[in-house]
Design a protein around this ligand. Structure first.
Ligand code: BTN
Length: 259
């Protein structure tokens, strides 16, 4: 079903009480030709998915949404939209927490932390097609799935989690977070189009957790300790480790040294 909840121009809302995964609903809509700016929102998910095939526990009270974008660029450039989305989520979380000062930061690659604990995560899924010249892969559409722990958060997670309600001590309507998120996304996506990734990278780095500090990076085949030195021009994490600068494109990151 669609809804007339107020979203910025260029965005259309599909609102559901319950779905398996909003990313799956968005995929169905994108495959059927849904336009750029289609937003799928559900009050709960029964098969919410996180990064690396993990489950995303999705009870009512939290925010679950997936946005279809058709950015007209290569797949690798479209992946930069995860940082556009992370900045927008940071702003949405901040605007929900006006009554109490909280520390809101991005955690590479695209989590949002409040007071050092995970409050939101992003799952990007992209459909590629061969470019007209046939020499690169273009992004046909990208789905940016975002989950925000507004009212509830899971216990006993590998990286500590929290919720907005727990941090600010008051309840917030998930639709309010959705509206400010899409509002910010519309602005930051515009900046990304106009100024490119450098503007996004600069803003994300201002809001990054652990920058310049010691981190542990868990890759599929090895675990590295080093200094978090920044992001490169593609959004890869730059790690200074044992005298080498490594560019990490996919990993789990933990703060501080392994004990
Ligand atoms: C992560 O592992 O941190 C990413 C979590 C992404 C969860 C969101 S909730 C809305 C959308 N639908 C899903 O099934 N997953 C994403």
């Amino acid at each position: 079903m669609t809804s007339d909840r107020s979203l910025p121009s260029g965005f259309t809302l599909w609102a559901f009480n319950s779905v398996g995964s909003t990313n799956d609903e968005a995929r169905r809509l994108a495959t059927g030709g849904a336009p750029d700016g289609t937003v799928v929102w559900a009050r709960q998910q029964t098969k919410g998915r996180g990064r690396r095939g993990r489950e995303w526990v999705s009870p009512p009270g939290n925010l679950f949404c997936s946005i279809i974008l058709r950015p007209d660029c290569s797949v690798s450039v479209a992946a930069q939209l995860s940082f556009v989305s992370a900045i927008s989520l940071i702003e949405a979380v901040e605007s929900a927490a006006t009554e109490k000062s909280v520390d809101v930061r991005g955690k590479w690659p695209n989590d949002v932390l409040v007071n050092g604990r995970k409050v939101a995560g992003i799952l990007l899924e992209c459909q590629s097609r061969e470019s007209s010249g046939g020499n690169s892969m273009e992004c046909a559409w990208i789905i940016i799935g975002a989950g925000v722990n507004v009212a509830n958060h899971p216990a006993d997670t590998e990286f500590p989690a929290t919720s907005l309600a727990a941090e600010i001590g008051q309840s917030v309507a998930p639709e309010r977070v959705l509206e400010s998120y899409v509002e910010s996304l519309s602005v930051w996506r515009g900046r990304w189009r106009e100024y490119g990734f450098s503007a996004i990278r600069e803003e994300w780095l201002k809001r990054a957790a652990g920058l310049g500090g010691t981190i542990t990076v868990r890759l599929p085949t090895e675990t590295l300790d080093g200094r978090f030195d920044g992001l490169d021009e593609s959004g890869a994490l730059v790690l200074e480790s044992e005298g080498r600068r490594r560019h990490i494109t996919s990993a789990d990151v933990f703060f501080g040294n392994r004990v």
